[in-house]
Ligand binder design. Structure first.
Ligand SMILES: Cc1cc2nc3c(=O)[nH]c(=O)nc-3n(C[C@H](O)[C@H](O)[C@H](O)COP(=O)(O)O)c2cc1C
Length: 354
């Protein structure tokens, strides 16, 4: 059993999922976690939207909603960490239980509903931009009268702390939030967010995080809007409302967003379609169901310049990070290359047609 987060992975998995998550964050805060064995191999390095990533593996949003442990996540071996989703004011989120785990399906369903301590708390912890790459994932409050204003506030408040921003319009757990992905609404949102971002200094790069449940036929227009509004990258994807491929029927009946292995094919196919639509010109972060080196490699071959994971870490523990790095280095060698570049998108057409 791989060790960790201070407690053993097996011990953590014996706890109720939300309690296990709190314990995992606590052990990181206490410094009880395995450190990366040394600096990353230079072949894993990339400069993406102006930032120098030591390796392409990031901690996905939702693990460190309140910016408690970004530095610890980087010390554990992640090349970058994304905190949030943060909303302007603190929110309690939905009633518990609201996180469900299926070991058989290697999956999680969550309906947390943006529980977070609000901008002030996260900002106080982040301070000025920390060493290493820390993205800030911004969202809108549940009862907000002007959702777009909440995103604008996120940009204005975190501009000196964030290495990059992710505009999260794809959580399924805030009613109506995904409507902001409709082309007209997204265009209006991004116009205001970009105006705010570019009105001050610094202006960290801006990414948009999409849901994997968008219809194929809607995707070209949505990507067109994202390109037209000058976003720096796209994160594909958030959790899904689909329950395809689940074996555990009780688990499948829980409402919320599904993550982990059953999301992998859906999210990777969509990633490849986004890669095609952007003609490989916009950096993409591939996320959804990465729980082994082969899945990480497939994500990059489908079009991801960077990858993120969450659920895989829950089941596999922090050693997964080092295993993925070794797997990517083997793939670089097998390709006769000296960087990740030739791998990115090399099988996008194949994935897009699945
Ligand atoms: C418990 C939990 C909470 C999450 N919270 C957020 C969030 O606040 N904001 C966000 O953009 N994504 C959130 N996500 C989605 C992840 O960032 C990621 O997109 C998704 O889980 C797919 O990746 P995975 O299969 O590696 O977990 C959350 C996921 C989980 C499991």
């Amino acid at each position: 059993m791989s060790g960790l987060f201070g407690l053993g992975q097996a011990v953590l998995l014996a706890f109720d999922p939300e309690r296990a998550h709190q314990l995992a964050v606590k052990t990181l805060e206490l410094g009880l976690y395995p450190r990366a064995s040394g600096p990353d191999d230079s072949r894993l390095r990339q400069t993406v939207f102006g930032l120098d990533f030591p390796n392409p593996i990031g901690m996905a949003a939702g693990f460190d909603k309140n910016a408690r442990v970004p530095r610890e996540l980087l010390s554990m071996g992640f090349g970058f960490a994304e905190i949030g989703t943060v909303t302007p004011r603190p929110q309690a989120g939905n009633p518990s239980p609201r996180i469900f785990r299926s070991a058989g399906d290697r999956a999680i369903v969550n309906r947390l509903g943006f529980n977070n301590e609000g901008h002030d708390a996260a900002l106080a912890r982040l301070g000025r931009r920390p060493a290493g790459i820390v993205g800030v994932n911004i969202g809108a409050g549940k009862d907000s009268a002007d959702r777009v204003a909440d995103y604008v506030q996120g940009i204005e408040r975190f501009r000196s702390s964030a290495s990059y921003f992710t505009v999260n319009v794809s959580s399924p757990n805030t009613p109506g939030l995904r409507d902001l992905q409709a082309p007209e609404a997204l265009g209006a949102l991004l116009a205001r967010v970009q105006t705010a971002r570019l009105a001050g200094s610094p202006s960290p790069p801006l990414l948009v995080k999409l849901a994997p449940d968008l219809a194929d036929e809607d995707l070209p227009k949505i990507i067109g809007v994202i390109l037209a509004r000058g976003a720096d990258g796209i994160v594909v994807s958030n959790t899904t409302l689909s329950r395809d491929g689940l074996r555990d029927a009780t688990f499948a009946r829980e409402s919320g967003g599904l993550s982990g292995r059953p999301l992998f094919n859906r999210a990777t196919r969509m990633l490849a379609r986004v890669f095609q639509l952007t003609e490989g010109k916009l950096p993409l972060i591939g996320v959804g169901g990465i729980d082994c080196p082969e899945a990480a490699l497939a994500k990059m071959e489908a079009g991801a310049t960077l990858i993120q994971l969450y659920t895989g870490l829950v089941f596999e523990g922090p050693r997964l990070i080092g295993r993925i790095k070794s797997g990517l280095l083997r793939a670089i060698e097998a390709a006769g290359a000296d960087s990740l570049k030739p791998l990115i998108g090399c099988r996008a057409d194949e994935w897009a047609n699945r």
